[in-house]
Design a protein. Structure first.
Length: 466
């Protein structure tokens, strides 16, 4: 709604007192009754719900909603009954001077409080999006919300109060001849200031709120993704650089080990074990053939000469040359070259480079990047989202859509009236006033549909689920 010098806010120049007028049902009167009924039920029920539900009272954001409900109820209880009566009497004021003063208070101060309560919700959402840390610290309790809501009422009374008081005391034309309207012929500059800052600024703020929030969230999301990609890229590069030396070292160790085994095989082939094993096999064969024939002749000799000689030549020689030589050349060499070197170079180096490096670079890095990040960012963030997922931005979107539809026609009408005082189109004016008054009925509907906790508490209390 607005102030103007030649027309009433709700009723035009023909709204002089006519006590003999008859009641007539019009579109305006029907919509006035519908708006009054829906608005009174919706705002009163939700206000009682916020008062009765301790969980809803504990949320600081709900203070802004209660503030809007109080302003709407003030308009509904004071202004709308007079609208119904006047519309039933063909837009003629029949209630007298004191009622006109109360009506002007509801039209200019309470409606201004309702519009600026909408603006406060939009500013609240902008604050939460632009500076979330500051918003959370300021709204740790309901004190900030209470102070800001009270500030809206003080602001409205400071700006609108002088005009309302001055009109009631000095400038108002007689209602018997001019109806209930505010006369601003003596305050033209004041009318422009009020129109701009009280009525048009809240609409502009709510229209601009959603693009501002969307831009802030988009910039913050891109910065977060850029920072995350910058953290992941160096980690993947260092992991690939760490795996390549380990793989090349394993290949070198395998080559060394194969060369050592080849050397040990060549050494074993050059040892005197093979020929002596062959001579010993031939001697055993000859002995097995000659034993039956020369047993009687060779037994003493074999026992006296052959056995000692064989024992002295074969056993010591085999023991002194075969076993020691093979043991001294093969076993120590193999142990000294294969086992220690393989143990000192292959296994320890592979263990010291592969496992520790893999554990120190892959596992800790994976734990430091995946597990902590998942634990510190995903899980807590998911918890915060699940805990704070209250659809407040959805509520803002619904309020913006409703006020654009309901407020724009009346603001456009009075802005045109500022430049063309004789501008008046009855159909456009009635449609604009009906839409504007219907905003008070849409607010509680938006609260119920957008806020899960409000809807759940309302269902529980209406159907006695507790």
């Amino acid at each position: 709604m607005s102030l103007n010098s030649s027309n009433n806010v709700t009723f035009q120049d023909q709204s002089a007192v006519d006590t003999n007028s008859t009641v007539s049902w019009t579109v305006a009167s029907v919509f006035s009754i519908v708006t009054f009924t829906i608005g009174l039920l919706g705002n009163a029920v939700l206000l009682l719900l916020f008062i009765a539900d301790r969980a809803l009272r504990a949320q600081p954001f709900n203070v802004y909603l209660v503030n809007l409900l109080l302003a709407n109820l003030g308009v509904i209880l004071i202004q709308y009954p007079m609208d119904i009566i006047t519309n039933l009497h063909s837009s003629q004021w029949v209630l007298g001077e004191p009622a006109c003063t109360a009506y002007m208070y509801a039209v200019f101060i309470l409606e201004a409080a309702s519009e600026n309560a909408h603006q406060l919700i939009a500013l609240n959402r902008i604050w939460a999006a632009v500076s979330p840390v500051s918003y959370r610290s300021a709204h740790a309790s309901a004190r900030t919300a209470v102070v800001l809501s009270a500030g809206v009422w003080v602001y409205v009374h400071v700006v609108m109060g002088p005009g309302w008081i001055g009109d009631a005391l000095y400038y108002r034309l007689p209602v018997t001849t001019n109806g209930c309207q505010m006369n601003l012929d003596g305050m033209p500059i004041y009318g422009w200031i009020v129109q701009l800052f009280i009525y048009e600024l809240p609409l502009l703020t709510m229209i601009a709120a959603f693009p501002i929030i969307l831009c802030v969230k988009t910039v913050r999301r891109r910065a977060r993704l850029k920072k995350r990609s910058a953290r992941i890229r160096p980690a993947s590069e260092s992991q690939s650089m760490a795996v390549q030396p380990v793989a090349s070292h394993i290949t070198d160790n395998r080559n060394i080990r194969s060369s050592r085994y080849a050397a040990s095989d060549a050494l074993a082939s050059r040892s005197p074990l093979a020929p002596r094993a062959g001579s010993h096999a031939a001697a055993s064969k000859a002995e097995s053939q000659l034993a039956p024939q020369a047993e009687s002749q060779l037994a003493p000799r074999a026992g006296s000469q052959m056995a000692p000689r064989a024992e002295s030549q074969l056993a010591p020689r085999a023991g002194s040359q075969l076993a020691p030589q093979a043991e001294s050349q093969l076993a120590p060499q193999a142990e000294s070259q294969l086992a220690p070197r393989a143990g000192s170079q292959l296994a320890p180096r592979a263990e010291s480079q592969l496992a520790p490096r893999a554990e120190s670079q892959l596992a800790p890095r994976a734990e430091s990047q995946l597990a902590p990040r998942a634990g510190s960012q995903l899980a807590p963030r998911a918890g915060l989202l699940s805990r704070r997922k209250s659809h407040r931005y959805l509520l803002l979107a619904m309020l913006i859509a409703s006020v654009v539809v309901c407020w724009t026609p009346i603001d456009v009408y009075y802005r045109i009236l500022m430049f063309y005082p004789n501008f008046y189109i009855p159909e456009f004016y009635q449609t604009a006033t009906i839409l504007f008054s219907f905003q008070t009925a849409l607010d509680p509907i938006a609260f119920t549909f957008a806020l899960d906790n409000v809807r759940a508490s309302l269902v529980q209390r209406l159907f006695f689920l507790r």
